[in-house]
Design a binder for this molecule. Structure first.
Ligand code: CUA
Length: 295
């Protein structure tokens, strides 16, 4: 199969070509009529028509035929976009939250950064835990809404390895703009290694940073597999350092920015559920270094 965006592109080209031909035909007829019946020619023949049945049938039938052709082509493109006839090689669950994305590969959860293997038909199973969101990565395919209590399906297929940027496309509250998506398409072996790493428990265990994390309210909302932290309201942080951004795109992810984020999340993402946790400077240092080690 080919990427759904290619099917949309082909359809747009065909419809554009039809529209161009109609434009040329109509404008050509107009220019011809202006020239043929211009005042300076003083033609005696009448420049009006009455009751030309064949012409009327033609200009009713031609647009109807064109619409039927476009309709049939559109049905074909829609079926292709939905992956008709091609079984998905993999299913990934995507949950929309105000304002971040959760991606589940079986029991392995990650956030905001969706990894997929290239040349592989993937079905995303989309649902929302709160309000309506919309998953949209323009280079890969169409938009699909995430609704509460319903699962929508979106076929993804990436031909080239690389990073594709997307965005929540349905207004979902004050931080709608900071609900970015990054899709990382990788060769199968690279993807398998990534998934195996994501599925493993936290890389570092038992240190000071972990103690700071576990003794504060972080644990009520976040999971770090391999520790006792098992909250589900916020993103799974088991491999948070492997992601490119903090807060669904609001900051690049490094230890210094993580420290700024932890010191005052509401400064960067006002309205988000992530509260400002009162921590000493030393605890902030330790905690950001710990999260930075969770690759
Ligand atoms: Cu989620 Cu806009």
């Amino acid at each position: 199969m080919r990427p759904p965006a290619d099917a949309i592109g082909t359809l747009a080209l065909i419809v554009g070509a039809i529209a161009f031909l109609i434009f040329v035909g109509v404008e050509g007829a107009l220019v011809y009529a202006i020239w043929r019946y211009r005042a300076s020619r003083h033609v005696e023949e009448a420049a009006t028509f009455e009751q030309n049945r064949r012409l009327e049938i033609a200009w009713t039938a031609a647009p109807a035929l064109i619409l039927v052709v476009v309709f049939v082509l559109t049905l074909g493109a829609m079926a292709e976009i939905n992956g008709a006839g091609v079984a998905p090689a993999m299913r990934i669950a995507a949950a929309g939250h105000q304002w971040w994305w959760e991606f589940s590969y079986g029991g392995t959860k990650t956030a905001n950064e969706l990894h997929i293997p290239i040349d592989t038909p993937i079905d995303l199973e989309l649902a929302s835990v709160d309000v309506i969101h919309s998953f949209w990565v323009p280079e890969l395919g169409p938009k699909m809404d995430l609704l509460p209590r319903t699962t929508n399906r979106l076929r993804l297929f990436a031909r080239r390895a690389g990073s594709y940027d997307g965005q929540c496309a349905e207004f979902c509250g004050v931080e709608h703009a900071w609900m970015r998506i990054r899709v990382v398409a990788q060769p199968q072996a690279e993807f398998d290694a990534w998934l195996a790493a994501q599925g493993s428990p936290a890389a570092t265990q038992g240190g000071d940073g972990e103690r700071v994390f576990l003794s504060n309210i972080c644990v009520s909302c976040h999971t770090i597999r391999g520790t006792s932290a098992a909250g589900t309201a916020g993103p799974d942080l088991t491999h948070v350092a492997a992601r490119a951004t903090i807060g669904a795109g609001v900051l690049p992810n490094d230890v210094a920015r993580m420290r700024s984020w932890l010191a005052d999340p509401q400064r960067y993402k006002p309205g988000s559920l992530m509260p400002r946790v009162p921590l000493s400077d030393a605890d902030l240092d330790t905690l950001s270094a710990y999260l930075g080690s969770l690759r």
